[in-house]
Design a protein around this ligand. Structure first.
Ligand SMILES: Nc1ncnc2c1ncn2[C@@H]1O[C@H](COP(=O)(O)OP(=O)(O)O)[C@@H](O)[C@H]1O
Ligand SMILES: [Mg+2]
Length: 207
């Protein structure tokens, strides 16, 4: 399914849930319809209220199948799956199912070593630096770590998604109507990269 994006990876806490919601939020700001699909059995479903995107509960195989059928019938919509983590077989299923697989990782040797293994297992997936430092000294240090640990994978990395504390607002049951500009900008930047990668258009001026 070309219109399906899977946010996966072996490690917890890398930013899968946040990135999947920021991506949907950004897609909405760029005028694209999307569905955020929950598959993590440890998370509760989030209300649709206040969002630029639809949220659906795909935690059981039957529900997930229904959502995918629905998505197939609306080809101009995108689906973004929050993989949940620590489920290698399910990650492989999502990797094979989707048109694009994203593997978030943070600025740590441990995350980078894990994502390297995932990039080997999933040769068409992309790594995405997550919760990336915004302070310039920390950024320089993070770049050095990338050079040390991830150099040969550079062509398979997206631009970083910066640390934005307001990203938590998208993970609340209900989203406030006025979200900070910084969250919108980072989410839009992420969505543009994904749409470019999928060769899909967007309306740059919509807000
Ligand atoms: N871009 C970001 N900026 C700030 N905090 C973030 C960002 N992405 C994730 N976080 C925080 O990091 C923690 C783990 O993120 P989460 O998306 O739940 O990871 P995962 O789903 O991979 O376990 C959460 O507390 C979340 O709010
Ligand atoms: Mg999660």
């Amino acid at each position: 399914m070309q219109q399906l994006i899977s946010v996966i990876g072996s490690k917890g806490g890398t930013g899968k849930t946040s990135i999947s919601h920021m991506l949907c939020h950004g897609l909405g700001l760029l005028g694209r319809h999307s569905i955020s699909i929950l598959t993590d059995v440890d998370r509760d479903p989030l209300s649709r209220s206040g969002r630029h995107y639809v949220t659906l509960d795909g935690r059981s195989p039957e529900k997930l199948e229904k959502i995918l059928e629905k998505l197939n019938s609306i080809p101009d919509w995108l689906g973004v799956i929050d993989g949940g983590g620590s489920r290698p077989d399910f990650d492989r299923y999502l990797y094979e199912l989707g048109g694009l697989a994203l593997l978030p990782f943070r600025d740590s040797h441990e995350d980078m070593r894990t994502v390297r293994r995932d990039l080997e297992r999933f040769p068409n997936a992309f790594g995405i630096p997550s919760q990336w430092p915004t302070n310039s000294w920390q950024q320089m240090a993070a770049e050095r770590t990338l050079d040390e640990v991830m150099q040969s994978y550079r062509p398979r990395l997206f631009d970083p998604v910066y640390a934005v504390s307001a990203s938590k607002l998208l993970l609340q049951a209900e989203v406030p109507s006025n979200l900070p500009g910084i969250l919108n900008n980072v989410s839009r930047g992420l969505a543009k990269q994904v749409l470019d990668r999928l060769s899909l258009p967007y309306s740059p001026d919509s807000d």
